[in-house]
Write a protein that binds this ligand. Structure first.
Ligand SMILES: Nc1nc2c(ncn2[C@@H]2O[C@H](COP(=O)(O)OP(=O)(O)OP(=O)(O)O)[C@@H](O)[C@H]2O)c(=O)[nH]1
Ligand SMILES: [Mg+2]
Length: 371
């Protein structure tokens, strides 16, 4: 069983020794650092058991979930483009729909999702013979939650050992912080995590990830300078040798328009696949919710380059308008209709603290946006 292979990380034993640094000669050769690792004593896995899959759900107590929802609401309300304002009148008329259209566009929903929402809403108002604006608001919450529903999804670990994740995004989106928070959630669920500092160019980037590794008592593979793909190769090799459950590669921030840097990301992806068949199992994009429609542009561009499997939307506690998730949801629906896999929002970030990374709920998000 998968649980046999797990080792408790939050034990009173001292933190593990830092990983030896990877080789300079690229990912093609098997890493000496991985080869020199002691082979972990693994319990035999019965052949007839299916690989157990664990959905990663940071499940806070109801009170905690309430408090982060307050943060989300406060963040989304701070924009001043309150959609709720539209429904304070007494009449349902063309002016109300025009005001709603403007509010949705202001909230970064984009033209396509705004049109979709208005059309669906009008249909429901007609079908339900709704007569007051408060009722229209409730119907909009319903339509919005349904539109956002394909973005719900939980990150699965345990189908392979290790589950390999690569994390990408533009500069400062919140990649490293989100990895740190995610590592804590994983470690709390007794998963053995290994981090790969694939941002090899900046010493500060390696140090920042090392702080998170230290804080969470997990191991890290890093290398000064050199090829980020080689670090990733080493990390997966080490993760396999050490019986890790999850390997997470933190990459350097980049714009999708920086073609050579996007090529580097593709190389990292390919190299992870060379280090372990089927890897990376998750290709996550971290987007800053404050960047509005630009976040949507990033999703499309990174997906084209490296094929995304999921998203983390950060900084929804700030001046984010939140509507961009409607635009992303519409894009995901269209993908799914074409037979492609969905790209769920695995987590949303509502602050800088550990507990501020939460799973995404379409209904809660729709309500926060309309409150
Ligand atoms: N308010 C708020 N701040 C956040 C959130 N997530 C990350 N941050 C902050 O955003 C800043 C950048 O975060 P990083 O994790 O370093 O971002 P990064 O994407 O790794 O940056 P680069 O590696 O430089 O590309 C830090 O100050 C974080 O504390 C969030 O959900 N809310
Ligand atoms: Mg970083």
């Amino acid at each position: 069983m998968f649980s046999f292979l797990r080792r408790k990380l939050f034990s009173s034993s001292p933190a593990p020794e830092p990983a030896p640094e990877g080789p300079q000669d690229g990912p093609a050769a098997e890493s000496p650092s991985a080869a020199s690792l002691p082979a972990p004593a693994l319990a035999p896995v019965p052949a007839d058991l299916p690989a157990p899959v664990t959905p990663l759900e940071p499940a806070p107590a109801p009170a905690a979930r309430g408090s982060w929802l307050q943060k989300l609401k406060a963040g989304l309300q701070r924009t001043g483009s309150s959609i709720a304002q539209v429904f304070t009148g007494t009449k349902i008329d063309e002016a109300l729909y025009e005001e709603l259209e403007a509010a949705l566009l202001m909230a970064d929903a984009g033209v396509g999702a705004t049109e979709y929402l208005l059309e669906e809403l009008k249909k429901r108002v007609k079908d339900t013979r709704c007569t007051d604006p408060a009722g229209v608001k409730a119907l909009l919450a319903e339509v919005l939650a349904e539109l956002l529903a394909p973005l719900e999804g939980s990150l699965q670990i345990g189908a392979t050992q290790p589950t390999v994740m690569m994390v990408a995004g533009v500069n400062g989106a919140g990649k490293t912080t989100s990895i740190g928070k995610l590592t804590r959630h994983l470690a709390e669920q007794d998963s053995k995590v290994l981090l790969a500092a694939a941002d090899t160019f900046r010493a500060a980037a390696r140090e920042q990830l090392a702080v998170w590794a230290d804080r969470n008592r997990v191991e890290i593979v890093s290398q000064e300078g050199g090829d980020p793909a080689a670090v990733c190769f080493d990390a997966v090799s080490a993760g396999k040798a050490r019986g890790c459950d999850v390997v997470i590669a933190d990459t350097a921030g980049r714009l999708a328009t920086q073609l050579h840097l996007m090529d580097e990301l593709r190389k990292i992806r390919r190299t992870l696949g060379r280090a372990m068949e089927g890897a990376p199992h998750e290709v996550l994009l971290v987007v800053d919710g404050n960047t509005g429609q630009n976040a949507f542009t990033q999703v499309k561009a990174f997906d084209e380059a490296i094929g995304l499997t999921g998203l983390i939307v950060t900084k929804l506690d700030g001046t984010a308008k939140g509507g961009v998730l409607a635009a992303i949801a519409l894009w995901v629906r269209e993908r799914v209709a074409q037979g492609k896999p969905a790209v769920p929002v695995y987590f949303i970030g509502v602050g800088e603290k550990l507990e501020d990374l939460q799973t995404f709920s379409a209904r809660e998000f729709a309500q926060a946006l309309l409150s």
